[in-house]
Structures are given as structure tokens and as C-alpha cells.
Design a protein around this ligand. Structure first.
Ligand code: ADP
Ligand code: MG
Length: 287
């Protein structure tokens, strides 16, 4: 990353042309943007300062930018630069032309074990890197995992560091802020317990589950019921859908959707899990 795009709203407008809309969040809209000189395409998250309700909303945006600036990994979205203007903050990143993993899952309905393992491995690589650098993402879900192109083996980037936070891993200090997305949120966040990096590993368990069967482990039309299910860790492998799936896939998920964060697999342990190795080996013809 870098902050070489300093200037004002006009500075952004002078340098870039805005293209198609890519996404919409609470404060932010994301567009394709084109460098007027080079023709290079990027994505720009434009954050409307008028929507900020307090200094802390502004601080949250700056936190997202500062965290992105410190990161450099093939599976983490790359910050190209940012500009704070009079009315907006512009955050320019690499354009993920393949869109959200969310839409890819909807399209495919579910993934083969091999294709799921490829995704899980890449996300685990991103999490290992973040966690080694003391960053917890706190909003891991398929909407925030972006694909670089439309191919089946597209490179994948973890995005949306809006809830990400630097934690002091040398001490036992923990986080208490409640955040995330109900279907993916770890139970210790909901019960108000101090929590840390392991919350991302719970979300990875939810993601792995969804990839393999196309529906989430915790689901209810009613948000209170959903949160109650997550708090209890109440999920199952319905035989109708899970019978064809390997025991090692179930073993990985069962060791991620663990109530006690200390007993949950780490990113490193996920990468070492036999399901990843096995699934990724399958297409290799023995010599
Ligand atoms: P929010 O904090 O509002 O959720 P995100 O950073 O998640 O904002 O961006 C919202 C959506 O915009 C994403 O889910 C994705 O669809 C799209 N998007 C964000 N960044 C990019 C990018 N670099 N390339 C392509 N699409 C992107
Ligand atoms: Mg998002």
C-alpha cells in the first residue's frame, strides 16, 4: 500500500474516471475507477463523510486504511492508495474482476471438496498472515472474499477491513466489542466474553460448511433464534446432504465450530489438516 494519492475530492476526480458500481455498504459505495493517464482499472471505495455520525466513524475508516497500509499478501486485497477529500474518503484497491465469493457460491450452489479446499486453503493463508501480524478481521464471510477473475481457479483476496483490529498478542488483553455478521459470528462475541484472533477461525468453519453444502450451519428466519443457535453452537451434519462428504471435511469443520476458542484450530493447523492435503492431491496422477 501507499498514500501517494494525497489531495482533495478534485484530486481524485482529476486522476480517475468513475466506472460501474461494484458494491454498496452502510457508509461506502464501491466503483470501478480508471486512471486517466494509464487507463489502469482499480476499485475505489468511496466513503461519504456526511454519513459519519461521530468521530468514531471517522476513526473506524482511518483504522481500516491504516490496517490495509500495513498488509502485503497475495490473498489480501492490495491497497493502491487513498485520498481524503472535502466530502469523501477514497480508498483505491486492486480490482477484483470476479466479484464476491458469495455470488460464486450462489451460482455453483455448492463446491466439490477439491474446489472448496482450494478456497479454504487460500483464506487460511490470508488468516495465518493476518494473525501472525496481530490483526483480527472480524467480518469473514463470502461477501468479503473477492475473486480476481471469472475462472474456476481465480486468485482470491480477503477484503473489507472495516471491522479489522490490531490486537496485542503478547499480552492476554482481549476484545469486547460486539461486531460481525450473525450467521458467521463466533459465540464468545455474542456472550460478551473477551475474545481474540480465534473468532476468525469460527467464521472459517461456517464458510467451509457453506462451501460444501450451499447452506449455512446456523440459520433461522428469526434473528434472535439464529443468535441463540450460535450461542449454543447448535449445528448438525444433516445426513441427507453430508453423507457424500468425507469424514476429514467434517473433522475440519467440527474442529473449527468449537465453542472454546482455545480448542479451535488455528490458521496454521487448518493448513496442516489432512483434508486440505488430501483434497488438493486428488488430481495429481501418481507417477
Ligand atoms: P462494506 O464495508 O461496505 O461492506 P466492502 O469493502 O465489503 O464494504 O465493499 C462492499 C462490496 O463492494 C464488496 O462486498 C464487493 O462486492 C465490492 N468490492 C469491494 N472492494 C472491491 C474490489 N477491490 N474489487 C471488486 N469489488 C469490490
Ligand atoms: Mg463488506
Amino acid at each position: 500500500g501507499g498514500d501517494d494519492l494525497e489531495g482533495h475530492d478534485t484530486e481524485f476526480e482529476r486522476r480517475f474516471k468513475i466506472g460501474d458500481k461494484l458494491g454498496q455498504g452502510a457508509f461506502a459505495s464501491v466503483y470501478v475507477c480508471i486512471d486517466k493517464d494509464s487507463g489502469e482499472e482499480s476499485a475505489v471505495k468511496t466513503i461519504n463523510k456526511a454519513a459519519f455520525k461521530s468521530e468514531s466513524d471517522y476513526a473506524a475508516t482511518m483504522n481500516e486504511i491504516k490496517i490495509l497500509e500495513g498488509l502485503d499478501h497475495p490473498n489480501v486485497i492490495n491497497l493502491k492508495g487513498w485520498i481524503e477529500g472535502e466530502t469523501k474518503i477514497y480508498v483505491v484497491t486492486d480490482l477484483a474482476k470476479g466479484g464476491e465469493l458469495f455470488d460464486r457460491i450462489v451460482q455453483k450452489e455448492f463446491y466439490s471438496e477439491r474446489d472448496a479446499a482450494i478456497v479454504v486453503q487460500k483464506v487460511a493463508e490470508a488468516l495465518l498472515y493476518l494473525h501472525e501480524n496481530g490483526i483480527v478481521h472480524r467480518d469473514l464471510k463470502p461477501e468479503n472474499i473477492l475473486l480476481m477473475d471469472d475462472s474456476d481457479d481465480a486468485e482470491l483476496k480477503l477484503a473489507d477491513f472495516g471491522f479489522a483490529k490490531a490486537v496485542d498478542t503478547s499480552s492476554e488483553t482481549a476484545l469486547l466489542t460486539s461486531c460481525g455478521t450473525p450467521a458467521y459470528v463466533a459465540p464468545e462475541i455474542l456472550t460478551g466474553k473477551p475474545y481474540s484472533l480465534q473468532v476468525d477461525m469460527w467464521s472459517l468453519g461456517v464458510l467451509t460448511y457453506i462451501l460444501l453444502v450451499g447452506y449455512p450451519p446456523f440459520f433461522s428466519e428469526n434473528q434472535r433464534d439464529l443468535l441463540r443457535m450460535v450461542k449454543k453452537g447448535a449445528y448438525s451434519f444433516d445426513p441427507q446432504y453430508w453423507d457424500p462428504i468425507s469424514d476429514s471435511a467434517k473433522d475440519l469443520i467440527s474442529n473449527l465450530l468449537v465453542m472454546d476458542p482455545a480448542k479451535r484450530l488455528s490458521a496454521k493447523e487448518v493448513l496442516e489438516h489432512e483434508w486440505i492435503a488430501q483434497s488438493l492431491d486428488k488430481d495429481i496422477t501418481p507417477a
